[in-house]
Design a protein around this ligand. Sequence first.
Ligand code: NOJ
Length: 528
Amino acid sequence: MSRGATSRHWWDGAVIYHCYPRSFADTTGDGIGDLEGITRHLDHLAGSEHALGVDAIWLSPVYPHGGVDGGYDIIDHAAIAPEFGSLLDLDRLVAAAHRRKLRVLMDLVVGHVSDQHPWFREAQTSRTAERRDWFIWADPRPGGEVPNNWVAVFGGPAWTFDPATGQYYHHTYYPEQPDLNWRNPEVQAAVADILRFWLDRGVDGFRVDAAQNLIKDAALRDNPPSRRREMRFREDPGGLSRRWNSHLPGARRVLQGFRRVVDEYPDRFLLGEIYAPPRRLATYLAAGEAAGLHASLDMELGMSDWSVREFRDAIARAERHLQPPRYPTWNLSNHDVPRHPSRWGPDRSRLAALVLLSLRGSICLYYGEEIGMTDHPAVPTPVQDRWGRDPERTPMQWTADPLGGFTTGAPWLPLNDPERTNVAAQRADSGSLLALYRALIDLRRRTPALRDGSLELMGQLPPQVLGFVRSAGSDRILVLANMGADEAAIGQLAGRATVLAATGERSGTVTLARIRLAPLEGLVLRSG
Ligand code: NOJ
């Protein structure tokens, strides 16, 4: 596959499409999306006239799972859950994607397994079980108390008592998700085999789940109270920091181990999921011999309020700490947080897309954001996800049919509003959000300054306007976004510019000194 003229790797500046397979397309009528459904809809992503034109697809887990954490509680890392299909379906999907020059990333969830995983089942049989040390066990404190004050991300103690063997096991997430002990070389070897299993099948890399949590303090020290800054990153439930169970230096060594395996194969990519500010992300990313991850998702923009100041700060921090060969991987939505049109308001989706797809680094889109899908306002019981993430996981809306073209059966989660928001209608409408995503992705692909160029935030703009310049060589691309509710005059700029992309109707050339941006208007301009 060809690389962009100035890209060092296919993933530099790439657009990655995050697919939640359970909700993408069902071909069997069981109401659950499957691999064949993804294969049949690849036209939407790449290699067709109406494709979005993304570079890669990341699949949330499709492995056999315990049904507790949306697929992130895995029972077998080297198999496909029957509801998603078979290994043959996966091979077919990878081959079909590659024919379209679309790369495929799998989700690597190896901080923990399901409590139904054979490794844990065996470890639970006795204190001397062969795989006992593959997990993190500790004796009760006097009085039967939990071993320390660590709190699970989903709430409650990060320890669960195992009555049969009289010890507690540690879990970062739900009690049904025991953490693996990454200090154990056998665990390292077993997971290296899992990586090779998928790499041998031709997958192009992995999104590494919760990468910062892979190593815990060997002495299991109590966590101190959190400092304010950490609060934003959901890592301190109960007001405690995660000083001794998150971001320990050993986590980087584990990732370096993954990297060594991935580097046995050409052109494979490791993308981390790390909730941390860019200063900290940088310590995980490729740099010389200590190379770990190639990139990590940067959640800061997605976690920002709709405010020029917050957007500027998030971008500025990434610029300060993630300069080449590092770069940010931006996303606004994912399967763990409310969709951004629901957080910021659907009328801001066009401008959000224009800003997102003009940023430096790689971009990760969440399925359905290209048509403006919002959270389901009232997902009925039975609740599928105990932590409340059902609203942002509802099925993809392909058509105006009440079942959205997603299934012919009973959907595992209700469709939200397919009659109002769907791919088919937006494909036929050149003014749709889908058309704007396509145009912005196409522009990014064709424009080295946008895909690989530097980024400089502009000062001296009206307070409701976000502006930055992307440059490569002599090419200068201006991105202006009026995030406010009032018209904004941009008097400060001189010269003329060509409109390359716009949230509204504007096209042709503009005189910069005379531009008045309408509320929520955004422009991508080539100056000079
Ligand atoms: C991160 C995943 O994105 C999330 O969905 C999951 O609940 C946790 N890891 C735990 O597996």
